[in-house]
Design a protein around this ligand. Structure first.
Ligand SMILES: Nc1ncnc2c1ncn2[C@@H]1O[C@H](COP(=O)(O)OP(=O)(O)O)[C@@H](O)[C@H]1O
Ligand SMILES: [Mg+2]
Length: 362
């Protein structure tokens, strides 16, 4: 799938930008502060309903305006389908997303219509940061390939919220606590099965890509389910009831899961240089795109912020080869045009020069 036309209005320093995008490589170059990351942020907003830079979308709306709009014409293969996706967010908090003019019920539908991956200067936190980033990584993959997963995940979040509310405001012997615990445990086991299955499939692609980017061997992705292996979650919840009451939250479950990423048995983040960590992040995300393509019969989009600053020349070339082989559309940014010229020589692409929030092709 790819975005053929992109319209961005009033996102950060961008007042109005229209791009006729290339189905493969799109390069956005320009000085610091010209609006390159903001352009990627706009595409990300359309595919996720949120920003990767700030939780509060008010700061993303251009200072002189009271709303932002991002819209795209999207072309999908297998089956062939063209559609318009658009969203609007006002500074007052009104959020609206539309698919071919029809309002979408939630941002989750945006994720479905525009599957995308972002790699930027913060992506190393996938290895070095907390479990949340790794759960989000995992959930991106399972969410797209397993339709059942979405409803299990939503119901799990609801049960968790209800149980936590009871823990905070109820009595320890409240009759409804075991009911919510049972619901939570049942859904957590389901989520765990999906996640494990997904990781089993993904590891093959990760290993292949890690060796293609010649970074690493002996890679293992171990899933920690969020409670002790071999125990039923219901038993753990029962045993931990007093502790959960004391903390006012559920201390075990699928919301505490993690992927333990190791190299020859050692935690990867403890062993790798920052540069190698970045390569492994590329391998992990490209592996997801490979798996996604195999399962869904189409490619996802990649947003690569400041690629020349992230990778050495040789690895940039390898990443681009991978993206081309996967038929991915990608938007990559950098300061200097010349950093890209050699990289995309002999390859169809489109270049845009960004200056003071305005993009011009060329
Ligand atoms: N809400 C906003 N309204 C107007 N300008 C903004 C807003 N938020 C950030 N900016 C400005 O937008 C510019 C573009 O930033 P950015 O996209 O990160 O540039 P680049 O990636 O090209 O270095 C910065 O100068 C920043 O100060
Ligand atoms: Mg930037």
């Amino acid at each position: 799938m790819h975005v053929s036309k992109l319209d961005v209005l009033q996102v950060r320093n961008i007042k109005s930008v229209q791009l006729n995008c290339h189905p493969g490589a799109n390069i956005i170059y320009g000085a610091n502060g010209s609006g390159k990351t903001s352009l990627l942020e706009s595409i990300y907003l359309l595919g996720r309903g949120r920003s990767f830079k700030h939780r509060d979308l008010r700061v993303v709306v251009n200072n002189d305006c009271d709303e932002l709009v991002v819209a795209a014409s999207i072309e999908r293969q297998a089956p062939q389908r063209s559609y318009q996706l658009g969203l609007k967010r006002t500074v007052k908090g009104h959020f609206e997303a539309r698919l071919d003019g029809v309002a979408l019920q939630s941002a989750v539908q945006l994720v479905e219509e525009l599957p995308l991956q972002l790699i930027d200067a913060h992506s190393f936190t996938l290895l070095e940061g907390g479990p949340l980033q790794r759960r989000q990584f995992l959930d991106w993959g399972v969410f797209h390939v397993e339709h059942e997963y979405r409803s299990a995940w939503r119901r799990f979040q609801k049960a968790l919220k209800q149980r936590n509310q009871l823990l905070r405001h109820g009595r320890i012997d409240d009759d409804s606590l075991p009911v919510w615990s049972a619901e939570l445990a049942m859904l957590a086991e389901k989520i765990t099965d999906y996640r494990r299955q997904y990781l089993t499939e993904l590891i093959v692609d990760v290993a292949a890509l890690a060796s293609e980017l010649d970074c690493l061997s002996g890679l293992e992705l171990d899933y920690y389910q969020g409670w002790s292996e071999g125990l039923a979650l219901m038993e753990v919840l029962e045993a931990d009831r007093a502790r959960d009451f004391a903390s006012g939250s559920t201390n075990h479950g699928a919301h505490k899961a993690d992927i333990r990423i190791k190299l020859d048995g050692v935690t990867a983040a403890d062993r790798l240089s920052r540069g190698q960590t970045k390569l492994l992040v590329y391998a992990l995300k490209l592996a997801q795109a490979t798996h996604f393509r195999r399962r869904m019969g189409q490619s996802c989009l990649f947003l690569l912020d400041d690629l020349p600053a992230e990778l050495d020349y040789e690895h940039r070339g390898q990443v681009i080869d991978c993206l081309n082989n996967l038929d991915c559309q990608y938007f990559m940014t950098g300061v200097d045009k010349k950093d890209f010229e050699l990289l995309v020589e002999g390859m169809a692409h489109r270049m845009f020069h960004m200056e003071h929030g305005v993009a011009v092709e060329g």
